[in-house]
Design a protein around this ligand. Structure first.
Ligand code: MRU
Length: 404
């Protein structure tokens, strides 16, 4: 395969060893540095039908990759933006001054931040790399080499931290699922071999949305790996169908039983006793615990509340916006109407196509996220464990010094 950005098929690619997900011949994270000039990503637009690795070599390419959602998910776009900052410095000439390095980073920061406005991880990733570089630049000097070294190290650190936080969310969440299982076992008349924990999730907050593991799906993987019987209701998540294409793909690869459902089915399933717990991810959580996530999440939270079901939001602390109290102030991305008007998928002839769903002239609205107020959230599942969705709850887990 060829594309403007230089796409390589998986079998021509050297996988990262020692970390990440197993997939066919190797283990993968969603992003990694292949060599000093090339960042590689899994181009998620092709899943679930093709596994494609893409080379990213410049700030402009990384901006396209984020904006057009070759990579997506709060954690992953934070890592991608951090690597975008690094790539922007590689485009400078070797004799660049400290001033030129600073100007370049400022330009890169603005460009990357303009790609997608909602997930706070992106802003945090950009700011952290800028800070790391600043610490090696002297007031009037400092070499480009030192700046590049600092940017590269910080982007890799952010990526490793993202994977580590998500792994820990899985451990904490698996305990929760185990407790739900024990409770169900104690009260249900169902025979033990038919006892299953039914999780409902929205969008994709699995390993594809982060460097590795995921947030909402990490507890599912951890519980499944411990032998807990688990089944996941996967909201298809119109308009981009991250649930149907990405969550279902991940779960299938891991061997987790799952059923894809239309976005509007969740309420009915909750009412009829087919859901034990709802777990979603988040793109930005306010310091008071309001959770912004993929459009439609709010409706699931309302249905969970009405049915007395636990509604957990799983997130690494890099998704908390400590500068913002009220979720209503979170900027909500609006995307093109073609995502709503068209559906895209694999046709019977094996070709991928878009089909028009609406009258050609109808207009469509495409709000990508919504905010679930903290009062509807049973708890926030973080790398430090479960927190009440409130300022007090978060403050008990994260001191001032921990907040970025
Ligand atoms: O638009 P996306 O695909 O980047 O949206 C992100 C999401 O997948 C969801 O909102 C997710 O639940 C939170 S990101 C971990």
């Amino acid at each position: 395969r060829e594309s403007v950005l230089g796409v390589a098929r998986i079998l021509q690619h050297e996988p990262v060893s020692g970390c990440g997900r197993s997939y066919e011949s190797g283990r993968y994270r969603t992003i990694w540095l292949k060599d000093p000039d090339v960042v590689q990503i899994i181009d998620q637009r092709h899943l679930p039908h093709e596994f494609v690795i893409e080379d990213v070599r410049s700030l402009d390419e990384m901006s396209i990759v984020i904006k057009d959602m070759h990579v997506r998910g709060a954690g992953l776009i934070g890592c991608a933006a951090a690597y975008g900052m690094y790539l922007s410095l590689r485009e400078l000439s070797k004799t660049s001054s400290a001033k030129e390095v600073r100007e370049r980073l400022e330009h890169a920061s603005q460009q990357l931040r303009a790609t997608r406005p909602t997930a706070v991880n992106l802003r945090v990733g950009v700011e952290k790399v800028a800070k790391a570089v600043e610490s090696v630049l002297e007031p009037n000097g400092g070499s480009l080499e030192a700046a590049l070294g600092a940017a590269r190290k910080e982007a890799a650190r952010i990526t490793d931290e993202d994977a580590d936080f998500c792994r820990r969310i899985g451990e904490a969440g698996a305990d929760l699922l185990q407790q739900l299982y024990e409770r169900k076992k104690a009260s249900a008349s169902t025979p033990e071999d038919k006892l299953t924990i039914n999780v409902l999730t929205h969008c994709n907050a699995g390993w594809l949305a982060f460097a590795d593991w995921g947030s909402a799906l990490s507890p599912v993987y951890a519980a499944f790996d411990k032998g807990l019987p688990i089944h996941v209701w996967v909201d298809e998540t119109r308009p981009r169908n991250q649930g149907a294409s990405l969550t279902a793909w991940e779960l299938a690869k891991h061997g987790v039983r799952h059923t894809v459902i239309a976005d509007n089915a969740g309420g009915h399933l909750m009412r009829t006793g087919l859901v034990d717990v709802v777990i979603t991810g988040a793109d930005r959580v306010s310091s008071c615990g309001d959770a912004c996530n993929k459009i439609g999440t709010y409706l699931k939270a309302l249905a969970a509340k009405d049915n007395n079901l636990p509604f957990y939001v799983a997130l690494p602390s890099s998704t908390i916006d400590w500068r913002l109290k009220d979720g209503a102030d979170i900027p909500i991305e609006q995307r093109g109407d073609e995502e709503v008007k068209y559906a895209e998928g694999l046709c019977e002839d094996g070709k991928r196509r878009k089909v028009l769903l609406t009258p050609a002239n109808s207009s469509a609205g495409n709000w990508a996220f919504d905010v679930t107020p903290s009062r509807l959230v049973t708890g926030l599942l973080t790398e430090r464990g479960l927190s009440e969705a409130s300022e007090k709850g978060l403050a008990a887990l994260f001191s001032e010094a921990d907040r970025t």
